[in-house]
Design a binder for this molecule. Structure first.
Ligand code: AKB
Length: 337
């Protein structure tokens, strides 16, 4: 296998940490990571880590000068709830940093005369269903349907999908220059549940938060109604789907944007799981109408048949394995239960 240099932004976040663990086992891969924060102790030494803000142009130009990237996992983002508190910041972090990194990838793909792959985690937040009646009527949603996001996070993810596709297919289409060979690929992730880290700033956080609180014996006030249902997957499947899409032969891909999911779960399902697994858990439903409205606009489930057909996507953890084999086992270990 040829040596390759991989950049991961947002490396200290939930997906970033899990991706570093997975990719750092490969002796042919040099990992370069960036985040506002240091990496946790257990990951230090697994990458060349830079602490800094992606909006700092000097940081990016320094990285461009020092490294020739073969692949970029651009994970850094302001998530949906945080983004509604500061939409301008969300725009800057989520879209401006993406354009800057796409520019670097485009230049480097030209200089190296080979494709630079650009992997982008998009989200079910790109969907926007107008009301609960519509949400309940639709069983699964395809990539091309209902892309009317109601959040700044969803808008920025949708824009980045479009612009990533533009950089791969049409960039500088009228200029008399060598075409760039940037290879942008995006996954629309559902809510992601990690057994090792607790999410923050998202609106799908009610599920993982509930389980982690219950395991620690802490009461939890759930900010959505019990009947709220959205798709979820566990972290190992999220990381595996990113790596599978990254490695899929281009000729098999009929699109650059794919839904992926494992199971659809309601807030009440999470409560039942928590109470069966950690008897005595105190979970109360105290919906916040504004956060509630955001998840009401997200689909209850997505159709990931394109990913299944084009690059053999299949989650390793179905609902039962996700709960028993991954979540409860690891969470119990984490909190020494
Ligand atoms: C969020 O809630 O903002 C994210 C997402 C669904 O993309 N977890």
């Amino acid at each position: 296998m040829p040596n390759r240099t991989v950049l991961i932004t947002g490396a200290s976040g939930e997906i970033g940490q899990a991706l570093i663990k997975s990719l750092s086992g490969n002796e042919f891969t040099t990992l370069v990571t960036v985040d506002l924060k240091e990496l946790p102790e257990e990951l230090s030494g697994k990458s060349k880590h830079f602490v800094g803000n992606l909006l700092n142009k000097d940081l990016l130009s320094g990285l461009e000068e020092e490294y020739n990237f073969n692949m970029i996992y651009h994970l850094a983002a302001v998530l949906s709830t945080t983004a509604e508190h500061d939409p301008l910041l969300a725009h800057q972090v989520n879209t401006c940093s993406t354009i800057d990194l796409l520019e670097i990838a485009a230049r480097q793909s030209r200089e190296q005369s080979q494709p630079v792959k650009f992997l982008f985690p998009s989200s079910i937040a790109v969907y926007g269903l107008p009301d609960l009646k519509t949400k309940n009527r639709i069983t699964t949603i395809k990539e091309s349907e209902w892309t009317n996001p109601t959040t700044m996070y969803g808008c920025s993810k949708l824009y980045c999908e479009k612009v990533g596709n533009y950089y791969s297919e049409y960039y500088h289409q009228l200029a008399d220059t060598e075409p760039v060979r940037l290879d942008f690929r995006a996954l629309r992730f559902p809510g992601i549940i990690s057994a090792f880290t607790i999410p923050s700033g998202g609106t799908s956080d009610f599920g993982p938060e509930m389980i982690h609180y219950a395991a620690q014996g802490k009461p939890y006030d759930c900010f959505v109604r019990e009947d709220v249902r959205i798709p979820f997957m566990v972290m190992p499947d999220a990381v595996r789907s990113l790596e599978l899409l990254a490695e899929a032969p281009m000729e098999n891909l009929q699109t650059r944007i794919y839904n992926v999911t494992s199971f659809s779960f309601s807030a009440q399902d999470f409560k039942d799981l928590a109470q069966n697994s950690f008897p005595g858990s105190e979970i109360y439903f105290k919906p916040d109408p504004k956060r509630q409205a955001i998840v009401d606009s997200w689909p209850a489930d997505v159709d990931d048949s394109a990913a299944r057909n084009d690059w053999n996507w299949q989650p390793e953890y179905n609902l039962q394995d996700a709960c028993q084999e991954y979540l409860l086992k690891n969470i119990s270990n984490l909190y020494n239960l």
